[in-house]
Design a protein around this ligand. Sequence first.
Ligand code: NDP
Ligand code: GDR
Length: 376
Amino acid sequence: MSSKRALITGVTGQDGAYLAELLLAKGYEVHGLKRRASSFNSERIDHLYHELDETRPGVRLHYGDVTDSLSLLRVIQQVKPDEIYNLAAQSHVAVSFEEPEYTANADGLGALRILEAMRSLGLGDRCRFYQASTSELYGLVRETPQRESTPFHPRSPYGVAKLYAYWISVNYREAYGMYACNGILFNHESPIRGETFVTRKITRGLARVVCGLQHCLYLGNLDARRDWGHARDFVEAQWLILQQDQPTDYVIATGIQHSVREFVTLSAREMGVELEFRGSGADEHAVAASVCTPNTKIKAGDVLVRIHPQYYRPAEVDTLLGDPTFARERLGWTPKTSFAELVREMAAADLALAEREAQGFVGARHGRHLIERLPG
Ligand code: NDP
Ligand code: GDR
């Protein structure tokens, strides 16, 4: 068991929750940066938080914000971590077109603030830094599959902000000899994925349609192709990246690509509905061709999915496919969960959640924890 101390920014997000669980299981003392919100924002880690019971190891939370240098200095000085995982970000690509300045501040300068805090507190030579970089750096792809040497061409304010964070991490490594690494992670999902990312939107939306809680699911570009893995597998790579003798940057991906349309089709099938896509462009829609789900009111011929122009982006990333060879060779990392298993897990969790909602149980948003918390 480890006696290391880790600080996770973005601990209340999808990856933060899985990473905190992983590090606690490895014996780390885990600290998390949590920003103040007017409503509860720690649902994903509530089961890991036992602040009032010192006999149980759990995540220790500190208020702070990656746009606020003073809070970062205070928390890093207090915790004196061995490892910092910078996962905090305005992580929604479409939202970054609406909030480009905030996205640049949090996603770009946030990394700089942490690196500079580490340096000025004299932790530069003993604390390791992980930067949550992204396949969105590749954007308009110049080479397929994308690997560590593929040139970047981001297509959104999010991608551009993350490009700064990528390079400032490399720069602090080269300029000051700091152990700073980028994990260039391709899309990774789970039952606790944010509900506005396309995979969770699909499983959550279709489950609600099946349970009679909404009529239809609206989506944007069904032709977009992504390399989707499971967040549980991907946080293991984040940890491995900081355990190597030498710091460097890694592509973390499954090496397999699917379209949004395929994700929709498979999710519906998991819920007992066979979909048929009709029409094209903005008129495309998916109809239930056959239904074998117990207790549903939907029937063959119902339109379950429609296109809405609101979900198209000003500049799209059409296709991403990662090459995880370097990570496999250097880290010994390979993804454990297949695409089919990922969809099955997400669909089952969201169906269970929607069934509870249909019975009048409201409160939690994330399937996994809702199920865990239910009596019986
Ligand atoms: P989420 O959106 O689920 O989580 C983001 C986290 O950052 C949340 O805890 C959020 O807090 C926190 N946060 C946002 N802004 C600030 C801020 N100003 N100060 C402090 N905390 C803040 O993202 P994921 O868990 O999916 O992703 C983790 C990281 O990995 C992100 O940086 C993302 O950009 C990157 N990434 C994700 C990929 C994916 O497919 N999931 C792929 C590649 C990179 P709150 O809960 O209060 O909103
Ligand atoms: P992405 O994920 O932009 O790849 O960023 P998202 O799930 O939002 O979109 C994937 C693709 O699906 C298309 N799409 C839709 N997307 C959303 N959100 N909603 C829709 O209704 C919809 N319809 C079609 C999108 O156009 C896109 O092509 C995620 C985030 O987690 C980033 O933080 C991370 O860096 C990258 O993955 C890797």
